[in-house]
Ligand binder design. Structure first.
Ligand code: TRP
Ligand code: SF4
Length: 368
């Protein structure tokens, strides 16, 4: 049976493997040896799948015109899930790849129904964190969907001629005007860098969460149909798993008790971590005897994503857990201490970026 991925839904993707058979996403494994540098996100299969990433990597190796583009919807405060994407972008920028970030403010307004004022505040927070994490403000192109050049909007209008509603609904489920426009706008985001005016890049890679794959399928179809007219080719993409929230579901700003926001007060971070769902047993005695279950544990997720960048260290955490040598209370306190270090350092840089005025200098904010 066909299943529809809803990029606007609040779901957790339970079985990432199914995406391979159902949607033709390729497992990341077959390209790992082609990466110039193996980031832990790849090694640990946080980036688990792709489309045409092998072709993009080959172009990178051969000195082709490659670029990266991804987008953020400014619909809430920045949390640890977003941090991973920003870190991924930094990895590519450090390899010398040109990075573009689109701020999906039109989508946040039309689909998430936020006010323009809220959207602008969240957007500023995202961009400031992007620079705090280490993206180079002078080498990162950032634009808003509502505040860009005419040629970008022209693409949306041209694209509308060569897609049908039935075809779009087969990809997205039931649509309404706001979502149709959001989807075509996202296709323009993904494809516009190939136009001369925007750099004439030939190989675009779009790193996203797996829920965004419908947009990639649409963009790839559109690229095929505009091959002759505009010289477009299919974009490549990679897919990452979302870090789980502390309740075990997708981390989301709509459930603030179970998300760790980068700007949360530290005592709040601590109490959230201490209350997190773990893979611990009912009693200390049982845990010593049977060990914990890291696969079920949201605190273990924190170690995998951020707190154990060193593989030997991660292996140690894992074996201490399954061997029953440590209990969850200790493991959570240690997780918090490590997280605290990361956050304190990040906030110091966030403050400096904010004070420097660089965000206003390099990003063109819409007037309203
Ligand atoms: N829809 C994306 C989200 O919900 C944001 C987005 C807009 C995007 N345009 C994009 C992501 C282009 C990747 C590429 O977060
Ligand atoms: Fe999770 Fe640590 Fe408890 Fe193991 S010991 S279940 S990793 S909190």
């Amino acid at each position: 049976m066909s299943v529809i991925l809803d990029p606007w839904g609040h779901f957790a993707i339970e079985e990432y493997e199914k995406l391979f058979s159902q949607f033709g996403i390729e497992p990341i494994d077959n390209v790992l040896d082609k990466l110039p540098r193996l980031h832990r996100f790849f090694k640990r299969r946080i980036v688990f799948g792709h489309r045409d990433f092998d072709k993009w990597l080959k172009a990178l190796k051969d000195g082709g015109k490659v670029a990266i583009l991804t987008g953020f919807m400014p619909s809430g405060h920045v949390h640890l899930g977003h941090y991973a994407v920003l870190e991924e972008l930094k990895y590519y920028q450090d390899l010398g790849v040109d990075v573009t970030i689109v701020i999906a403010d039109a989508e946040a307004y039309a689909v998430r129904r936020l006010s323009r004022k809220e959207i602008m505040e969240y957007a500023r927070e995202y961009i400031t964190y992007a620079f705090a994490i280490g993206l180079d403000p002078r080498r990162t192109r950032i634009y808003f969907q509502t505040n860009y050049r005419p040629t970008y909007y022209r693409l949306i209008q041209l694209f509308s001629r060569k897609v049908t509603l039935a075809e779009m609904e087969a990809i997205y489920g039931k649509l309404e005007p706001s979502k149709i426009i959001a989807a075509l706008t996202q296709a323009a985001d993904i494809l516009h860098l190939q136009l001369k005016e925007f750099g004439g890049y030939e190989w675009i890679l779009v790193p996203v969460g797996a829920d965004q794959d419908p947009h990639l399928r649409l963009s790839r179809d559109i690229a095929d149909r505009f091959k002759n007219e505009l010289g477009l080719r299919r974009p490549a993409s990679t897919y990452h798993k979302f870090i789980r929230g502390l309740d075990g579901n997708k981390m989301s700003s709509s459930k603030p008790d179970y998300a760790i926001f980068l700007s949360d007060p530290l005592d709040k971070v601590k109490s959230k971590v201490m209350r997190a769902l773990t893979g611990g047993r009912a009693t200390a005695e049982e845990q010593r005897r049977h060990g914990g279950e890291p696969e079920k544990c949201t605190v273990y997720d924190l170690y995998v994503y951020y707190l154990s960048p060193d593989d030997d260290d991660l292996r140690r955490v894992y074996s201490e857990c399954i061997g029953g040598q440590i209990l969850c209370g200790y493991c959570k306190r240690r997780a918090f201490e490590r997280l605290e270090k990361i956050l304190v350092d990040l906030r110091e840089r966030y403050r400096k970026v904010g004070d420097s005025g660089i965000v206003e200098e390099v990003v063109d904010f819409p007037d309203f």
